[in-house]
Design a protein around this ligand. Structure first.
Ligand SMILES: Cc1ncc(COP(=O)(O)O)c(C=O)c1O
Length: 374
């Protein structure tokens, strides 16, 4: 079975270690273990729990407590409609492994996290891309989706909030996508790794798995909880689907381990405090970035509404990968080229990985632009 190389991940693997100012990172400023325990206010008890944990496979399904807590992030969901995985990426893989058959027709938004297109393609599906365009605020055009679906569709893949553009589909749009899928009996897989990271206070967006009876949503501790090193995520969906996925998980994962389980529970029990911190970080970050974009004539954007990334446009005659390599070599500032998504004259920036890094990174991009124009 052949699979396309993962553009974004390969770029990060190749260059990230050389970064001085990493403004390509998509996590909200990752926490140390110490910081997580400090937030909980219960360090001694949790450390005693961790040290006393026998390193068996642990609860194969994930502890009841963890699945209860994850279920509470959704509307009326029970722990049997949640499946724990080692990260959102593993959850996406398993969801696609469960949903896609050779010859299936899959429609996926683009740009998005490449798993949504390359994995179904590798499994033998016919994958059509539904382009997200800046003139439509990087949102899917539903007329286009309706037309694409006319020939039949088995699975629609979306990502909300979207990486790399930072666009946000609100409930009405999700309901319309569900309606299109329903008409064709299709599943909808929604990657919700950035769910809840919304800039505008008071805006709450539903999970696709709550909107649609054949909706599957994946989630992650990496971005929203700043715990990428935990390698934990999950999927939420109808019980029968979760049972199917669980039976496939025996072949890939067995269990996710008791230490991760304990720490994931700590994160969820303290989610309000973590969210308060992280919303402050993303909102401060986007304000800094907005000021900078306004001051740079050769840079344009559609201001993101959610998540941790923006997909900046630039008005310069240089391919995006060359720009990023030159920028990294001359300033140590690390960005991700639009080329990783097959889209030129674009750069993905992450604005939530530390205010100081962001400021320094942006200053050095300004310097680089000035030198190039000189
Ligand atoms: C949209 C999206 N989904 C999933 C992932 C993978 O996350 P995890 O660390 O949970 O595997 C990422 C990571 O960048 C992402 O941006």
């Amino acid at each position: 079975m052949k699979i396309r190389p993962f553009g974004v991940e390969e770029w990060m693997n190749r260059w990230e270690t050389l970064a001085v100012n990493n403004i390509a990172e998509t996590c909200v400023d990752s926490l140390t273990l110490y910081e997580l325990l400090e937030i909980s206010g219960d360090t001694e008890r949790i450390m005693a729990d961790l040290l006393g944990t026998r390193l068996t496979y642990g609860d194969i399904t994930g502890s009841r407590k963890l699945r209860d807590l994850i279920a509470s992030l959704y509307e009326g969901r029970d722990p049997d409609s949640i499946l724990i995985m080692n990260g959102g990426s593993a959850a996406n893989f398993l969801a696609l492994f469960t949903l896609v058959n050779p010859g299936d027709r899959v429609i996926s938004v683009w740009p998005t996290y490449q798993q949504m297109t390359s994995i179904p393609e590798a499994f033998g599906a016919i994958v059509d891309l539904l382009p997200l365009r800046p003139e439509n605020s990087w949102l899917p055009d539903l007329e286009e989706l309706r037309e694409m679906a006319l020939g039949g569709v088995d699975l629609i893949c979306i990502n909300n909030p979207n990486n790399p553009t930072g666009s946000l589909m609100e409930n009405s749009l999700l309901e319309e996508i569900a309606e299109i899928a329903r008409k064709h009996g299709a599943w909808v897989l929604c990657d919700e790794a950035y769910r809840g990271l919304v800039h505008e206070p008071g805006v709450f967006v539903a999970s696709m798995s709550d909107v649609y009876e054949k909706g599957v949503s994946t989630g992650s501790f990496s971005k929203v909880f700043s715990l990428a090193g935990l390698r934990s995520g999950w999927m939420a969906g109808p019980r029968e689907f979760i049972a199917e996925a669980f039976s496939r998980r025996d072949y890939t994962t067995i269990s996710c381990g008791p230490l991760i389980d304990t720490l994931a529970v700590v994160a969820l029990e303290n989610r309000e405090r973590i969210m308060e911190r992280n919303l402050r970080i993303i909102r401060d970050g986007v304000a800094i970035l907005e000021k900078w974009v306004d001051s740079e004539k050769q840079i344009n954007w559609v201001k993101p509404r959610a998540g941790t990334t923006a997909f900046l446009g630039y008005d310069l005659d240089i391919p995006s990968d060359e720009l990023c390599i030159d920028l990294l070599g001359t300033t140590g500032t690390f960005l991700l080229p639009g080329k990783c998504f097959g889209i030129e004259k674009r750069l993905r920036i992450g604005y939530a990985y530390g205010t100081e890094t962001l400021k320094k990174g942006l200053e050095s991009v300004s310097e680089w632009l000035k030198n190039r124009n000189a």
